[in-house]
Design a binder for this molecule. Structure first.
Ligand SMILES: Cc1cc2nc3c(=O)[nH]c(=O)nc-3n(C[C@H](O)[C@H](O)[C@H](O)COP(=O)(O)OP(=O)(O)OC[C@H]3O[C@@H](n4cnc5c(N)ncnc54)[C@H](O)[C@@H]3O)c2cc1C
Length: 383
């Protein structure tokens, strides 16, 4: 692309989806401007909180596996170009009864996509992964192509790679409005209006504000993370402990190996993820009953942890009603491309979200996207 042909593309929101989009757009020669209301990275949105899971055997379905495999290659490319480590491949486990829906889905995905995996019974699990306590009839499904991310480092690396390739970031610049004109798409900020050829909206849990989706379609939700001290820290380090998703009648959670030299992060799934009216309503306060229930799950299922959390924090993410991202140009103005509603899944495949966004900026479509993510499937629910 020559300079004269360079299309001007704006990216609104610089969490992991916006920074990955900026990287991919800049890599393919677009003139990229990024607006972020805070800085990038920041701890206000969905792309922070010490750790995230990468997994390849996907309970959400084998249709995601090609996107996950390509994302893994792109994570490696980013790490290589930025001389940084953001993803440590420590392996991953899905732990529960083989008839439990997510455990069964993982086994079926591994078989359908012909992915390396091992199914360990309770005795084999206690010998190989004593960090987890299983009932006699439970299993652990091991995915060697899983790992743990450092999300803040990942956002920073994606931003720096985008900047290296020419993208320009405007931190502390909130996009107030998007206006469609015949010759350009206008973005209003506190610094005035700017004209672009196309606009990518990657505003995460704030997405209702600029996209106009109602809360029946897209809602910010509160997620809670708790850190429990490990009695034997090396045993719970990523070199010895896989990331995991646990399914059990007394507790369901994501579990992350020690990254702070002290504790294991647990993200309960079995306790309600409450809906928020807006991200600004995200409370820091956690109800004592919530913490007590998480303590009970840890005491019951994680034998190497003190069931007393030393840190508790709240986070937010944008969830769609079908728990599938919203990705692509909108019919009302195809110059506006949405990449929102990642629904608790977006970190691991964010490089491919950036690549698909870039395909759509280039040609309006992408061979890599999934029909289920179509940005117009909720048309009629936007104001
Ligand atoms: C606690 C938690 C655990 C998770 N665990 C996993 C996991 O293990 N694996 C996984 O793959 N995924 C996981 N996810 C999901 C994943 O982290 C998210 O899908 C992903 O981070 C979403 O990124 P985003 O860029 O869409 O949103 P964000 O990171 O929130 O970025 C949106 C950005 O837009 C900015 N913004 C909003 N409005 C405006 C505006 N008007 N103008 C300018 N800037 C604006 C915000 O400040 C923000 O920086 C988890 C999410 C949470 C919250």
């Amino acid at each position: 692309m020559t300079t004269a042909e360079k299309q001007k593309i704006a990216v609104i929101g610089a969490g992991i989806i916006g920074t990955m989009s900026a990287w991919q757009l800049a890599k393919r020669g677009f003139d990229v401007t990024v607006f972020e209301q805070w800085n990038s990275p920041n701890d206000r949105g969905a792309s922070a909180g010490e750790s995230r899971i990468f997994r390849t055997i996907y309970k959400e379905g084998p249709q995601y596996v090609p996107i996950l495999k390509k994302s893994r290659d792109m994570w490696q490319e980013l790490e290589h170009n930025q001389s940084s480590q953001v993803l440590q491949m420590c392996g991953g486990l899905m732990v529960g009864h083989p008839d439990q829906a997510d455990v069964a889905a993982v086994i079926s995905c591994a078989q359908a996509a012909d992915l390396d995996h091992r199914v360990l019974n309770a005795t084999e699990m206690s010998a190989e992964f004593p960090q987890y306590r299983l009932d006699d009839d439970e299993v652990g499904v091991f995915d060697p192509a899983s790992g743990v991310f450092r999300p803040e480092a990942a956002v920073l690396s994606a931003r720096k790679e985008a900047e290296r390739l020419g993208a320009v970031f405007h931190p502390y610049t909130r996009a107030l409005n998007i206006r469609s004109h015949s010759t350009a798409v206008m973005i209003d900020t506190q610094n005035g209006a700017q004209a672009f050829d196309k606009v990518v909206v990657s505003t995460g849990p704030w997405a209702n504000e600029l996209t106009g989706f109602d809360h029946k379609v897209l809602t910010p939700q509160r997620l809670v993370a708790l850190w429990f001290p490990a009695r034997d820290v090396p045993l719970h380090a990523p070199e010895n402990m896989p990331v995991s998703i646990r399914r059990h009648a007394e507790g369901g959670f994501s579990c992350f190996p020690t990254l702070d030299g002290l504790s294991v992060k647990i993200l309960p799934h079995h306790l309600a993820w409450t809906e928020l009216d807006t991200v600004e309503d995200l409370p820091r306060f956690i109800e004592p009953d919530f913490v007590r229930a998480a303590e009970h799950a840890v005491a019951r299922l994680m034998p190497g942890l003190e069931p007393i959390p030393i840190r508790v924090s709240t986070w937010t993410e944008g969830f769609t009603v079908d728990e599938t991202p919203i990705l692509g140009p909108i019919d009302a103005d195809p110059r506006i491309i949405l990449a929102v509603g990642m629904s608790g899944q977006g970190f691991k495949f964010s490089p491919m979200m950036g690549s698909i966004v870039t395909d759509m900026v280039e040609s309006g479509r992408s061979a890599d996207t999934l029909a289920a993510m179509d940005a117009n499937r909720f048309e009629g629910s936007r104001s």
